[in-house]
Design a protein around this ligand. Structure first.
Ligand SMILES: *Cc1c(COP(=O)(O)O)cnc(C)c1O
Length: 398
């Protein structure tokens, strides 16, 4: 018989009761080091005192009023995001997929108001992940997510990752935008180089296309800058964010330049829960920490530390890992054995990771992770690799 919870997730055996920083604790007291962060969501770890305080204070005052009324904390959060980024204006929503839906609609609207209704096609890249709604699975273009859900939403063209010839050939009079993740998270920790991002920006300018960056996973400090594209010195026209900005509270946003955002006039787009006072309070609290002087510098330093340690683990265990991947604290390893098997072995060592596409394994600790915790995680990775190797030897002997 079916479980009351729908069977659409392959969950681990673990159930946690509480969290403290980089740690999760089960009801019977087992402490697990969290290098998964709820898939890059718990950017400041679990139960961060500032977030807890802000959320509980807000919870006593006001949760939701809808977008029929002013939400002063939303104005403030939008202002802070505008001040810190390329954007001129911000739209709040509740998830990454919803942010991407907003970004896609905004790109189409931009051309439509200029009398080019037919210019609605968006070029995306193989291995992309943009969410699970009908439009975002069409944007992601992955067969396993599209199958069985009827006709693919029209208007998405996909090209191979890094193939300039295919990309330029795909651009036509109906092309509205390019949409890309600066680092493919779900797709297997594939990093778009700074040169590549600059090339994409130039290509968009040349053809009058909008550049949409999906920073749902790579944003909000993950790479040691507020947003990953800053490393390339370019600016998108539209950017979707979610995951880390809420620190565990459901929150997404579309950031855009004025020429795009200005077309979202009253009645064009909306969401009931988007930007509610609880979410806005938490979003502001996350920025209080992430934008504090020195915070992102420290993320950069810790990223290098983790990367160096991962490289030495990969060197010592070539039968298990063959490459360090990713950038910043959105990092991990490409596995030789099945990534899910490695993740299961790591759970036995009380370390959480997140499998990704292309047999990669993500290590995405909270941005607040300590040097000691990085050392501990790598020790556990080392132990798991040794166990997996012993298993390979046993398997060969049988
Ligand atoms: C997680 C993710 C999404 C989807 O976010 P949801 O909140 O699950 O809808 C979209 N894009 C990227 C890059 C992601 O990592």
């Amino acid at each position: 018989m079916i479980s009351p919870l729908m069977p659409n997730y392959a969950r681990s055996e673990l159930a946690f009761e509480r969290g403290e920083g980089s740690w999760l604790v089960t009801a019977d007291g087992r402490r697990v080091l969290d290098f998964g962060s709820g898939i890059a969501v718990n950017s400041l770890g679990h139960a961060h005192p500032h977030l807890v305080e802000v959320l509980t204070e807000q919870a006593k005052k006001l949760w939701h009023v809808s977008n029929l009324h002013q939400v002063p904390d939303g104005d403030r959060l939008a202002r802070r995001l505008v001040d810190a980024t390329f954007a001129d204006s911000v739209l709040f929503c509740n998830s990454g997929a919803e942010a991407n839906e907003g970004a896609i609609k905004m790109a189409r609207k931009y051309h439509a108001v200029r009398g080019e209704e037919n210019r609605f096609r968006i070029i995306t890249f193989e291995g992309a992940f943009h969410g699970r709604t009908l439009a975002t699975i069409a944007a992601g273009g992955q067969k396993k997510y599209l199958e069985g859900f009827g006709p693919k939403v029209e208007g998405f063209d996909q090209v191979p990752f890094g193939d300039h010839e295919a990309l330029e050939a795909m651009i036509g009079p109906d092309t509205a935008a390019l949409m890309i993740e600066p680092i493919q998270g779900e797709g297997g920790l594939r990093v778009v180089s700074n040169e590549e991002l600059r090339y994409l920006r130039e290509l968009c300018d040349k053809h009058g296309l909008l550049l949409i960056l999906d920073e749902v996973q790579s944003g909000v400090g993950r790479t040691g800058k507020l947003f990953a594209h800053e490393w390339a010195g370019i600016e998108p026209d539209i950017m979707s964010i979610a995951k880390g900005i809420g620190g565990g509270f459901p929150l997404g946003a579309v950031l855009a330049v004025e020429k795009c955002a200005a077309n979202f006039t009253p009645g064009t787009h909306g969401t009931t829960f988007g930007g509610n006072p609880l979410a806005m309070a938490v979003g502001n609290a996350v920025l209080d920490i992430v934008l504090a002087p020195g915070f992102l510098d420290d993320v950069q330093r810790k990223s290098l530390l983790l990367k160096q340690k991962l490289a030495s683990v990969a060197d010592r265990h070539p039968k298990i890992f063959d490459e360090v991947r990713g950038f910043g604290l959105l990092t991990g390893l490409h596995c030789v054995v099945a990534n899910t098997e490695v993740a299961a072995e790591l759970r036995k060592e009380n370390l959480l990771s997140v499998p990704a596409g292309d047999n990669a394994l993500r290590l995405i600790p909270p941005l607040t992770v300590t040097d000691e915790e990085i050392g501990l995680a790598v020790d556990r990775l080392e132990t798991a690799a040794r166990h997996l190797e012993a298993g390979l030897v046993r398997g060969a002997a049988e």
